[in-house]
Design a binder for this molecule. Sequence first.
Ligand SMILES: Nc1ncnc2c1ncn2[C@@H]1O[C@H](COP(=O)(O)OP(=O)(O)OP(=O)(O)O)[C@@H](O)[C@H]1O
Length: 383
Amino acid sequence: MITFEGVTKRYPGGTVALDDVSLECPAGRITVFVGTSGGGKTTALRTINRMVEPTSGRVLIDGKDVRERKPAELRRGIGYVIQHAGLFPHRTILDNIATVPYLLSWNKKKARARALELMERVGLDPAMGKRYPFQLSGGQQQRVGVARALAADPPIMLMDEPFSAVDPVVRAELQDEFLRLQEELHKTIVFVTHDIDEAIKLGDRIAVFQTGGRLVQIDSPENILAHPADDFVAGFIGQNRGIRTLSFAETGGLRLSGDAVRAAGTDAAEAAGTEWVLVVDDDRRPLGWARPAQAPGKLGEAELTPVGPTFQVGGDSVRTALDAAVLSPSGLAVGVDETGAVVGTASGTDLLAVPTHGRHGAGSGERPEPAPEPEEADAGGAG
Ligand SMILES: Nc1ncnc2c1ncn2[C@@H]1O[C@H](COP(=O)(O)OP(=O)(O)OP(=O)(O)O)[C@@H](O)[C@H]1O
């Protein structure tokens, strides 16, 4: 756990970069510092590894004031990743990743073996180990930056806009892999970004900083979206706050209907009263939509309308399910299990009735959430 106790940083000339900031970054979780440019995010991050010394207040790691530790020794236990990766240009990728192991006097063989292992972990072909940074794409360089920070297996990682310099597609990939890695590694991570969407995707907790180094709110992404502390936070979150809240609503408690689901080969006349039916194969995999009134005969014989996007029940959020409903020709979202078999369908109205608590998707670990109400607890099933 990292604790800020009344941390203030005033630079000569009078700039207040941090104004009496108190917060906690729980062990094994991702805390994201987000906010306006010049709000003090980077300054706050750097007080943790003593690259910045507070004017007053204290930063504690597991209850111990960081000032009691020598900066060099402290930093070896704290991985640090920055924008543009900050790799050493004249060192190979392997040697870049092995920087801290070398500093810790590991023998070269062990350090390189560790670097190779980490390259695989962060999704880089180990054959790239002999290359130099300029021979890698921006996204690959960022992966090297993450691998380098992880090399000596530090319990803490500080990440300052690590994915900001790459295009949105690569950025999303890096974020997804980062979350997967964190599920295995459970590091205590402090992550700075100016991008609220990145903060919501990655953070277990989000700390919002305002100009003048003031911490305005620290809470879970769900609560920040649902209950912004003031107009500044509401404005910072931006539009579509309601819809985005649905990213945190789980589909596991949803009651899905089997009324519109029919096996291929069934007589269309049997479903004559239903405008759209979802035709499934023997394994309940969706084949497409049919309108029985317009295509008499056996379902599946006439051409079907493509199913469109589906959602995984319990795995995807209500936001994803709602998206599937909006794009579905029938207006019904198709819920599938992890094998792709149809569980049932839900209308937009069904989906909006789901309460919006709980973390969705490829997550950054469980978080203490209120237990579901009994009536929400039964898992979705064709019913
Ligand atoms: N070494 C320094 N000397 C004087 N002022 C500084 C110094 N470093 C930062 N500042 C000032 O402190 C304030 C906070 O800066 P900081 O870099 O922490 O903000 P930030 O929230 O990370 O901003 P950004 O998103 O733009 O990177 C800014 O007004 C900045 O100009």
